[in-house]
Design a protein around this ligand. Structure first.
Ligand code: NDP
Length: 278
């Protein structure tokens, strides 16, 4: 039986087991996906003994996404550019790592807008943390023209511009209203709007009618930003779809089947987050 797991500290709230065990059942694969609480001081020994512990690979979450890089043999560009990993797997006997957040974000967009072409388009990203990095890296590979980074702490937005080059333009929050009319893709990567966090205060009135809005937050399943975008008739994608799509990469690497993100899975996880979700 093949086994994979997610490691983090704490780990109790991870929804990854729900997602991967659903796919294992759906595809009739004899396997198991577990949650493992790993303290920072135990990370080295856990990853060094991953195979001996019976795992073909693992997902890695807070606080190990950077530290785990020291214990893999090969990282790809997504890890190099984002400075963090979330998926470890073995290929040709080599211990490898990737970061699937950017791909998950992109595939979630494509699933909402099949045939989406980002060439010539301008995005605005709110936030300049780890998830913003992952998304910038993926959008640039998809040939997007410009990405404005609006962040509370200017220095972090400027760091991203230095890292990714001239298509990435940092700016203060006060600039947001002026950018709206030329924005085709607005993305919230801050924690604003998440349950227990301050609400994201934003006015979408000036976005073009063809604009897309994406929120990374998935608790609640439908954030205020997504509700505002839908009320304006804009295409809006929430964070839960990204969470499901980013899991596809690891599942395929570990279990050899590329799983499909279905409405059934979406509802299963949405109901776990919000029992009243219909
Ligand atoms: P980071 O901590 O790396 O970055 C958080 C960002 O949010 C920073 O830019 C920070 O600004 C900004 N921010 C936080 N609070 C506020 C506030 N009150 N006002 C203005 N800006 C604020 O987090 P991540 O990038 O890793 O994750 C961000 C969010 O995305 C999280 O809520 C996470 O759950 C979600 N996420 C969802 C995923 C999915 O699959 N759907 C995947 C990954 C993340 P500053 O720099 O000024 O501190």
């Amino acid at each position: 039986m093949k086994k994979a797991c997610v490691i983090g500290y704490p780990i109790a709230h991870s929804r990854s087991p729900l997602i991967h065990n659903h796919w294992l059942k759906t595809y009739g694969i004899e396997g198991l996906y577990e949650k493992r609480e790993v303290k920072p001081e135990d990370l080295r020994s856990f990853l060094s003994n991953l195979h001996q512990n019976g795992y073909v690979g693992c997902n890695v979450t807070i606080p190990h996404k950077q530290a785990a890089m020291a214990y893999v043999a090969e990282i790809d560009d997504s890890v190099r550019k984002t400075g963090s990993l979330n998926t470890i797997y073995t290929e040709n006997n080599i211990f490898k790592a990737t970061s699937t957040d950017g791909e998950g974000f992109y595939q979630n967009l494509i699933s909402a807008i099949p045939g989406l072409n980002l060439a010539g388009k301008t995005a605005v990203i709110l936030g300049a943390g780890g998830s913003a990095r992952a998304i910038i890296e993926r959008l640039l590979r998809a040939d997007i023209s410009n990405i404005h980074i609006i962040n509370r702490t200017q220095a972090r937005a400027q760091d991203l511009a230095r890292l990714f080059g001239p298509k990435v333009i940092p700016g203060p929050t006060a600039q947001l209203p002026r950018l709206m009319a030329t924005t085709q893709l607005l993305i919230n990567t801050t924690s604003q709007g998440m349950k227990g966090q301050p609400e994201l205060v934003i006015n979408l009135a000036d976005l073009p009618a063809s604009a897309m809005v994406a929120d990374l937050i998935y608790v609640p399943v439908k954030t205020n930003l997504i509700k505002l975008a839908e009320a304006r008739g804009l295409t809006a994608v929430g964070g839960l779809g990204m969470l499901l799509h980013q899991a596809v990469v690891g599942f395929e690497k570990w279990f050899g089947v590329k799983p499909v993100v279905t409405d059934e899975l979406y509802r299963l996880v949405a109901r776990d987050i919000d029992p009243d979700f219909i």
